[in-house]
Design a protein around this ligand. Structure first.
Ligand SMILES: [Fe+2]
Length: 341
């Protein structure tokens, strides 16, 4: 990959807002989403808007697929200002739309990229007032600071929990696996303020980059280690695809109690709970009823403009946790409950 730096000519994005996903069976997804810890903000006939407890009016839009074939319709990134939104709307291929009918309103532009993958930029939503202080929880009755061998800040107070879902805070990151990786890296990084935190190259070909974790450059302000990752598809992949979307939860106990909750409800665990190397997140991947991978994460790293981009060979993705499943890199989409594509 060529060196990548942000500059003012690029559209400046603030954060991820939401994803839009068409499901084979919306009713089934509603059951899953409830156990995953998303809250229904608005239910329409063939569409449900879900929120977390962050500022975004919604973080996931689930729609009934008319063909009953699941389809990922893209992530929506929030522009930093009206000026930045207008810059996005002026880019080649931009299709202007409206979010007037969605919770919080706002404007949207959509880009269609290779193999029917999508990217949206939004602006002007009425934000929720996010709670301050302790995170809302469906599992924690009482939760104080952690006691460690040399430091015992929690005195005379007890850690008390009960079973429940891991409530999600925000949409933290998502990623695409692209057949034409080089073209997409160029498009995403030359038009927007994505800057690589880590670049990984192929174990046999040191001149071939295969994966990059990117953050949004906000100068001195620290942002999540990755909000977007782009991966080079293996040669046998016929169509580029979304790999997974990831939602932030409060802490390690929330992760584990939430994991147990989803398992008890009979949902399919893909990989987790474990701790990533790059980005450091505690991760937990699940399969939704359409076959898409969806992740809970907690305790991710932050970077800023002073954090150098690192380049290394592809290595282990976790420091601890279960072994990576062999098909983790694949598109898990389930077609008509039958085979896989
Ligand atoms: Fe992830």
């Amino acid at each position: 990959m060529p060196p990548i730096a942000n500059d003012e000519s690029k559209v400046q994005l603030e954060r991820l807002g939401h994803v839009v996903v068409e499901h084979a069976d919306l009713a089934k997804f509603r059951a899953f989403a409830k156990d995953f810890g998303m809250v229904e903000e608005r239910v329409e006939k063939d569409r449900v808007y879900y929120r977390g407890y962050g500022v975004d009016p919604y973080l996931y839009v689930a729609q009934q697929s008319k063909s009953r074939r699941p389809k990922f319709l893209g992530p929506a990134f929030v522009a930093k200002s009206q000026k930045e939104f207008d810059k996005a709307a002026a880019l080649p291929g931009a299709k202007l739309g409206s979010l007037a009918d969605a919770p919080g309103g706002g404007q949207i532009v959509t880009f269609e990229r290779q193999d029917e993958t999508y990217m949206h930029v939004i602006y002007g939503q009425k934000e929720r007032s996010a709670p301050s202080g302790e995170e809302p929880s469906a599992t924690h009755d009482q939760f104080g600071p952690l006691n460690t061998p040399f430091s015992k800040p929690r005195q005379g107070k007890f850690q008390r929990f009960h079973p429940g879902p891991a409530l999600v805070h925000k949409l933290g990151h998502m990623g695409y696996v692209y057949r034409d990786f080089d073209t997409e890296v160029k498009w995403w990084t030359s038009n927007f303020n994505f800057v690589p935190s880590d670049i990984l190259y192929h174990w046999d070909f040191s001149n071939m980059d295969v994966l990059t974790f990117m953050h949004l450059d906000h100068g001195k302000e620290y942002t999540d280690h990755h909000i977007l990752f782009l991966q080079r598809a293996e040669p046998q992949v016929k169509k580029s695809f979304m790999h997974h979307c990831s939602f932030e939860v409060a802490d390690f106990d929330t992760q584990l109690i939430g994991h147990q909750w989803l398992a008890q409800k009979g949902w399919k665990s893909i990989w987790g709970v474990g701790r990533h190397v790059l980005g450091s997140q505690i991760f937990d991947y699940w399969q939704d009823p359409s076959g898409f991978k969806i992740e809970h994460y907690a305790d991710g790293d932050l970077v800023n403009e002073d954090t150098p981009t690192k380049r290394d060979v592809v290595g282990p993705f976790s420091v601890w946790g279960p072994e990576v499943p062999k098909d983790f890199g694949s598109n898990g989409i389930i077609v008509n409950v039958g085979g896989k594509i």
